[in-house]
Each structure stands twice: as structure tokens, then as C-alpha cells.
Design a protein around this ligand. Structure first.
Ligand code: PAF
Length: 272
């Protein structure tokens, strides 16, 4: 990219489109920090383990263009599959231990496809930094590890989960929920809060925190939990007893829609 040869700072927000306020928050953060803001929209077939999910993934390029304009994006990069994966494409990025559990255990090949496209996008855009949300917490950690392991000259900026007024984490997939599913989808944030409240009361055993979270999900019949785990937020290894680095991650299905959410679970400090 010719801009890279100027002193301008390039900020980058990679997306799969169907942009919502959570994406716009990432873009505003990037806008604040850079001279040239690049956003990509590419629904990456390599990271969908389920062809039906890829087919149903929401697409709204016209609306997305307007949303990008509204936050001052300088360059919208919308590559097609042939450009990203020309005939003979034969390379995969695999971040190993961080992708074994959580979503990685349920979505075979997802993180390989994600890391591969992110590295390719980084090479095409050549940003100084890229902004990722904590909503896809495992993705964020996989990207951070790839950048560190491969010594990529890119800073990864992280931003917290942005939520709807009722607490549901913003996601492009939310627009595929019917009204009943949408009402019950708040079970995910209720589950996080139940675990956080139990930790706040002094409970330190992960299995008790997970049970508190599971009870919230079970109370909503349309919600089918996929996993609830308490892990170390850097290594993503499951923890038996929580400490200051613990995080609870949840995935659940409502009909054909798969949602994820996560948050920290701190033990109550002695004397609190
Ligand atoms: O989080 C997403 O939207 C995607 O996984 C990403 C990072 C754009 C890669 O396709």
C-alpha cells in the first residue's frame, strides 16, 4: 500500500460486515489513533466450519458503506474470494494450544481460517495497528499470539464488549434471532452476571461459578448451551479455582444462531 511509504499512521479494523455499533466503536477507537483508517469487509469462507452458517451469515454492503462513512473510514477494502484465495492457495496459519479448547473444540478449523485471513489482510493493508473487540475473546488472544510469535510489526488494540441496553453483547448474528429468541438471548449475559455475583460473594471454585451460570441458561428453554468454561485469560487453560486473571466464556445456540459472550470473574479480595 503506497500510504505505508508516507509517515501516516494506518489503523485497521477487519470485519465480516453486517456492521453494528460494536464495530463502529472499534472504528472510532482506530480513528482517534490514526491518520488513515482502513476497514475490511470479507466474509471469510475459510473460517466457517458449517456451510449453512456461511450461507446465512448476514450481508449488507450498502448499509455498511454508510456506517463506515459515518465514522470517517478512509478506505473500505472489500476483496472477493478469488483475490483472497486464488487457485492453488495452500497455506494455513495454525496457532496451536490457544485454539484447542472453547470455540476451537466445537468449530473445527475455524481459528486456522481466521488466523490465515487476518495475516493475509495484515499483509495487504500493512497497518501500524489493528483494533479487535473482546467479544470474540479467544479470537483476540489467538491474533495477539500470532502477532507475537511471528514478530509482526503491528500493535493489537483491544476494546471491551459493547452491549445492547438489555445487556446482550452486540453481534452481527443478533439480527438473525426471532423476537422470542432475542428475548431469551439475554440469558448469556445473565449467566455471566450470575457467575460474577457468586465470585463477588466469595465463591472461588470454577465449577460452582459455572453451575450458577448454567442455571441462568437452563431457565430459558430456547437456549442450548454449548460450553461454559472458566479459563486463565492469557493461556485459555481451564482453572479449577479463580484468581485475578480468570475469565468465564460461554457459547450457546438459539435455533440456528450461535452466540458467544465472556467476562472477567474476579475472586473477592480478603477483607472485601
Ligand atoms: O471477527 C471477525 O469479524 C472475523 O473473525 C475477522 C477478524 C474479520 C476475520 O475474518
Amino acid at each position: 500500500m503506497a500510504i505505508r511509504r508516507t509517515p501516516a499512521t494506518i489503523g485497521f479494523v477487519p470485519t465480516m460486515g453486517a456492521l453494528h455499533d460494536g464495530h463502529l466503536m472499534l472504528m472510532r477507537e482506530a480513528r482517534r489513533r490514526c491518520d488513515v483508517l482502513v476497514v475490511s469487509i470479507f466474509v471469510n469462507p475459510l473460517q466457517f466450519n458449517d456451510p449453512g452458517d456461511l450461507r446465512r451469515y448476514p450481508r449488507d454492503l450498502d448499509g455498511d458503506r454508510l456506517r463506515c462513512e459515518s465514522v470517517g473510514v478512509d478506505l473500505l477494502f472489500v476483496p472477493d474470494s478469488d483475490r483472497m484465495y486464488p487457485d492453488g492457495f495452500d497455506t494455513t496459519i495454525h496457532v496451536d494450544r490457544l485454539t484447542r479448547g472453547l470455540c476451537g473444540a466445537h468449530r473445527t478449523g475455524h481459528f486456522d481460517g481466521m488466523a490465515t485471513v487476518v495475516l493475509k489482510l495484515f499483509n495487504l493493508v500493512r497497518p501500524h495497528f489493528a483494533v479487535f473487540g473482546e467479544k470474540d475473546f479467544q479470537q483476540l488472544q489467538v491474533v495477539r499470539r500470532m502477532v507475537r510469535d511471528l514478530a509482526l510489526p503491528i500493535e493489537i488494540v483491544r476494546r471491551p464488549v459493547l452491549r445492547e441496553v438489555d445487556g446482550l453483547a452486540m453481534s452481527s448474528r443478533n439480527r438473525r434471532l426471532d423476537p422470542e429468541q432475542r428475548a431469551q438471548a439475554t440469558a448469556l449475559v445473565a449467566a455471566l452476571e450470575a457467575a460474577q455475583a457468586a465470585a463477588g460473594r466469595g465463591e472461588r471454585l470454577s465449577k460452582k461459578l459455572i453451575a450458577a451460570a448454567r442455571a441462568e441458561l437452563s431457565a430459558r428453554p430456547l437456549v442450548r448451551p454449548e460450553y461454559i468454561e472458566v479459563v486463565d485469560s492469557e493461556s485459555l487453560v481451564p482453572m479449577t479455582v479463580v484468581d485475578d486473571s480468570s475469565r468465564i466464556l460461554i457459547a450457546a445456540h438459539l435455533g440456528e444462531v450461535r452466540l458467544i459472550d465472556n467476562g472477567p470473574v474476579y475472586p473477592r479480595a480478603a477483607g472485601d
